[in-house]
Design a protein around this ligand. Structure first.
Ligand SMILES: [Zn+2]
Length: 85
């Protein structure tokens, strides 16, 4: 079995790596389709070693934090509404 030594990663504008696709020469069409979908989602594509993918593919925590913030401000509004007469 041949080792997959390289992969494409999709990087968000914030710099977080949120997607990865192994560069499989036997499945070049599938790889191209996948990478094209990354680009469509607005990701920047980089070709890196599989070792690097393991280190850099962490997902995006920026959005999670933003969502939490929004949920909290909604909760605050809800509390205020309850206190209003
Ligand atoms: Zn991020």
């Amino acid at each position: 079995m041949s080792k997959h030594e390289h992969a494409y990663i999709g990087i968000k504008k914030c710099g977080c790596v949120v997607a990865a696709m192994a560069d499989l020469p036997d499945h070049a069409n599938d790889v191209a389709r996948e990478v094209a979908s990354f680009i469509k989602s607005g990701l920047t594509i980089e070709r890196v070693s599989c070792e690097e993918v393991r280190v850099r593919l962490t997902g995006c925590k920026c959005e999670e934090e933003a969502t939490t913030e929004k949920a909290e401000s909604r909760q605050l509004k809800f509390d205020n509404a309850k206190e209003a007469p």
